[in-house]
Design a protein around this ligand. Sequence first.
Ligand code: PRX
Length: 635
Amino acid sequence: MSNYHIKHLEEYYQVYRKSVREPEHFWEEIAEEHFLWRKKWDNVLSWDFTKPEVKWFEGAKLNITENCIDRHLATRGDKTAIIFEPNNPKEAAVHISYKALYHRVNKFANVLKSQGVKKGDRVCIYLPMIPELAVSVLACARIGAIHSVVFAGFSASALATRINDSDCKLVITSDGSYRGAKTIDLKGIVDDALNECENVSTVLVAKRINSNVKMKAGRDQWLQPLLDEASNQLKAEVMDAEDPLFILYTSGSTGTPKGMVHTTAGYMVYAAYTFKNVFQYREKDVYWCTADIGWITGHSYIIYGPLCNGATTIMFEGVPSYPDFGRFWEIIEKHKVNQFYTAPTAIRALAKEGVEHLEKHDLSSIKVLGTVGEPINEEAWHWYDDNVGKRKSPIVDTWWQTETGGIMITPIAYATPTKPTYATLPFIGIQPALMDEHGKEIKGNQVDGRLCIKYPWPSMARTIWGNHQRYKDTYFSAYKNKYFTGDGALRDEVGYYRITGRVDDVIIVSGHNLGTAPIEDAINEHPAVAESAIVGFPHDIKGNALYGYVTLKETGESRDQNNLRKEINQLITDQIGPIAKLDKIQFTNGLPKTRSGKIMRRILRKIASNESNNLGDISTLLNPECVQEIIDNVL
Ligand code: PRX
């Protein structure tokens, strides 16, 4: 018997030791006993971090949707797979059974096929959190097309970059989306994006808000009539273990977004195994992750991980503040949610509203609470524990990344004793290392360093779409033979990890990864701007907010600075999306630079964070005089 379900701390340690001592044997057992294969593998793992190349379950044949859907039909056909909870609480929730999901996915897959989509083709999905989003993801996987979901809060320009980077020929979108009291014209955004995307020949449009959208003849088609016509039967495509399953873009500190490529078998095994154990999911439980499927959390822990385990998973279309700040609690009560997984930024926003919204609802169904996306501060952790979990539901603070595909450092609910702000212990099979600045591993406890992983795990991204060299440079060059995460971490006296934050130029705002370079590029497009630098500064709710230092080409009082600020934020909104807008913009006469001309963000970060009394030695700067001016005018 393999160790598919871990229940105690001793069991964790025992299974962990086994997973490190004999990783191949360990993962082989898990894969063999808990998944459906068309053909088993010839080799469990081959790897070389210098190339870098990693292959899991080579030679195996499978289709992930047969694992997510078909194999449950006999025993769970009528069980609810997905509960769709609409933006408007007055609209009825929709329960989609495994059988209904099977038919819907087959229909959608047949539509894709009829539009000429073939195995290996890339399909871009730009949809709100409606059932069509989950169904289209699974439909792609069913026919072996590679899905690239783009979060529907990204701008037309950001969408176009992503469509072109992976050369998608087909885009799936909707007429619009609901977001609280607002509607958003998604189809209009797609139309704008496609002005820059020559290769897109087909757009499938789901109806959600019934708005009057323009349909371009020969390119745009309403989805529903095509679905109505399509057969609900389809044989799943047989995929190789290492065939790409999806591309998901994430920001880098420099350059264009990175299309992380995840492959089929390893990703499936790890997403499913982590889901089962971290959240201690049991057959009758109702699980809710509030993330958007446009992010990795939604891919692994709304769709693939839960469905592989035959779980009931909620998709929520709305926002925590609509119609009021009680919405999350109302949904938990309504669907009797057992596992609730959200982000620290949401917890802080809800905590700010006090407990009266909470007290109106019965949250007694909750067994496990989760957090993800950024470090959780102690205050938010306790608020969550006291008020939502009533001190009886463990909080799993799960550390992981788009690149890792699944949860890496985390408590296992009810097994690992939790500690506020600590992600605690490596998950089964994960071998972390803390590194010093000279590239040496720091052994022992009560130490801090840069977080690396020294052994492959099944769900790691295999490459960056179209740019393997960048994959190597970004993740495998800083430390020999190790995957570098870009995060700093400390290890306490018992070996628990606490993630201290990014050590590169990525800033996490409200749980969203934002690279500084693309934002600076957007600002620098403004004709009045000479130069800019973005840093993060602490923010009560967002965790970090963005502070921009901007030098203008011509100084002078003639320009209205508030107008300039608006124009700069508009440029950012157009190029990236509203999530990357700056909270503060300071106009400066110069930016502090090293003698080689590199902007000293460390100094700017301290000034923005009100730590200008602790700047260290600035005398070696090229232009130390600008520092005082910046301090004097800080916002
Ligand atoms: O800095 C870490 C932070 O989020 C980064 C990964 O972001 P992304 O690829 O968007 O994936 C987010 C969802 C998995 C990490 O490098 N991060 C994520 N989870 C945590 C975290 N920081 C601290 N604690 C966490 N639990």
